[in-house]
Ligand binder design. Structure first.
Ligand SMILES: *Cc1c(COP(=O)(O)O)cnc(C)c1O
Length: 373
């Protein structure tokens, strides 16, 4: 069998039609009609008042932090076990991430550890849903209310997932999505911020477009610094076509996850992902596995063996508190977050892109048995 990649997107709906429309009409910049359509459709799907498309999920996080007025001397509580984007958004704004360890089995931050980290400088909590299950959000919303904190919700891996039947992406003062090709819906590169507050929305639209003056007479006169984070009509055309199929994509992700759960259940050396929490059913953004302690090989060795047998894998996140770039800035030097560290040592994920076939899933399972049993 050919190499089975860890991810391959599915682009066989209206993507080509809408892309042709961009070329035929000449609307290829950020001014085209698909942008508004994609924003409106996403806002409606997630249940938010406003959405603003941007260039990627990382940019969406950076913009969210600045739009919420978080800066020097402010602290933001967040998990260590996440992508660098979350940490760097806070550090680049001049604020300080305060890191929380994660649950070893759900990969999400330990909600019960948050309150003791709240200080007079805490301005926000960043909720990051990791790999397929949402964070337990209600206790965090209560803390935010009690201590008057903002919530940034990173739902980059959670399109279509719900928490107690309410859409992920609907919980933050600002929530963000990514549309990178390994996410449930993709625009190639892309991201979005969503919110219900009109002022925040206006602020984000200004920040994404160089803070151009809205006064036509002062077009090139700027009172503030922003970025150029505008998504193109071409990207949004992809997004509109992809979002049309979100229910089908979510169902396929769960079908892939449930297939693997059955096929791999007899491998004693590994922990399989949690199927359900009281508040959500796993959406399996990725099918994430950890090696049990009795398995004498590291995740790195297993991934190498799988690669030789033509199965693509990815390692888990490297914890924020161990990132050399932050340690070299003097950050997180004495942090000890054992679950986050162990997850990196023991974890990896296997092919589960939307284009995967039943035959490929069975092949991956067969090879995992060869390597691990
Ligand atoms: C993918 C991802 C991002 C970053 O999105 P990009 O579009 O790749 O910049 C941020 N947070 C999480 C949790 C992600 O999985």
């Amino acid at each position: 069998m050919n190499f089975i990649p860890v991810n391959e997107p599915l682009l066989n709906g209206n993507e080509k039609n809408y892309l042709n429309e961009c070329i035929d009409t000449g609307w290829i910049s950020s001014e085209g009609p698909f942008i508004k359509k994609f924003e409106e459709n996403m806002a409606k799907y997630v249940g938010r008042k406003y959405a603003a498309a941007v260039t990627n999920g990382t940019a969406a996080l950076e913009m969210a932090i600045v739009a919420l007025g978080i800066g020097k001397n402010d602290e933001v509580i967040m998990p260590s076990f996440t992508i660098i984007s979350c940490g760097q958004a806070v550090v680049k704004a001049g604020a300080k991430p305060v890191l929380i360890d994660s649950e070893y089995d759900s990969f999400n931050m330990k909600v019960e550890d948050i309150e003791e980290k709240i200080t007079l400088n805490t301005k926000a909590i960043m909720i990051v849903h990791i790999y397929g299950l949402p964070v337990d959000i209600n206790p965090i919303l209560e803390l935010a209310k009690k201590y008057n904190l903002k919530i940034i919700e990173d739902a980059a891996e959670m399109h279509g997932q719900t928490y107690n039947s309410k859409m992920c992406g609907s919980f933050g003062d600002i929530s963000i999505f990514s549309f990178y090709p390994n996410k449930h819906i993709t625009t190639g590169e892309g991201g979005m911020v969503l919110m219900d507050d009109e002022k925040l929305y206006e602020k984000c639209k200004s920040l994404r477009n160089l803070c151009f003056s809205t006064d036509g007479n002062k077009r090139f006169i700027h009172e503030e610094l922003g970025w150029n984070l505008r998504m193109t009509n071409i990207q949004a055309a992809l997004g509109v076509a992809q979002l049309e199929r979100i229910n089908e994509f979510v169902a396929k992700k769960r079908w892939i996850g449930n297939m693997y759960q059955e096929l791999l259940s007899d491998i004693k050396a590994i922990n399989l992902p949690i199927k359900n929490k009281s508040f959500a059913e796993n959406i399996y953004w990725v099918f994430a596995i950890t090696l049990k302690d009795e398995c004498k090989k590291s995740a790195k060795e297993i991934m190498e063996e799988l690669g030789k047998k033509r199965v693509g894998t990815r390692p888990f996140f490297y914890p924020i508190h161990q990132q050399p770039v932050f340690n070299n800035m003097g950050l997180f030097i004495d942090n000890y977050l054992p679950n986050s560290e162990k997850l990196y040592e023991k974890g990896f994920y296997i092919p589960s892109g939307l284009a995967i076939t039943e035959e490929q899933i069975k092949e991956v399972s067969k090879i995992l048995h060869e390597v691990l049993v």
